[in-house]
Design a protein around this ligand. Structure first.
Ligand SMILES: [Zn+2]
Length: 89
């Protein structure tokens, strides 16, 4: 399954990031742009899941979206989203 990417957001330093919006995957792809000391431009990708960096460069990791089933009995998983406040960073 291919990732379903969100729109890219661009950081002031030229990096851009996008997020897989499929439930259970939610992998983050960050495109890094660097200029090496010799003036050569370098760009590579990093992938994150949550705050953990799972891969640098190479091929895009597989999408690990969960199958969405309608009417799942039992296991009602609740995600508590800590929202509000003004987080710095
Ligand atoms: Zn994905």
């Amino acid at each position: 399954m291919n990732h379903k990417w969100s729109e890219k957001t661009r950081a002031p330093n030229g990096d851009s990031r996008k997020v897989c919006t499929r439930e259970g995957c939610e992998i983050v792809c960050v495109s890094r742009h660097r200029i090496e000391p010799n003036g050569r431009q370098d760009h590579y990708k990093e992938w994150f899941r949550g705050s953990a960096r799972i891969q640098i460069g190479g091929n895009t990791p597989a999408c690990e979206a969960v199958e969405v089933r309608v009417g799942t009995a039992g296991a009602a998983v609740q995600f508590t989203l800590a929202r509000g406040g003004s987080d710095v960073g």
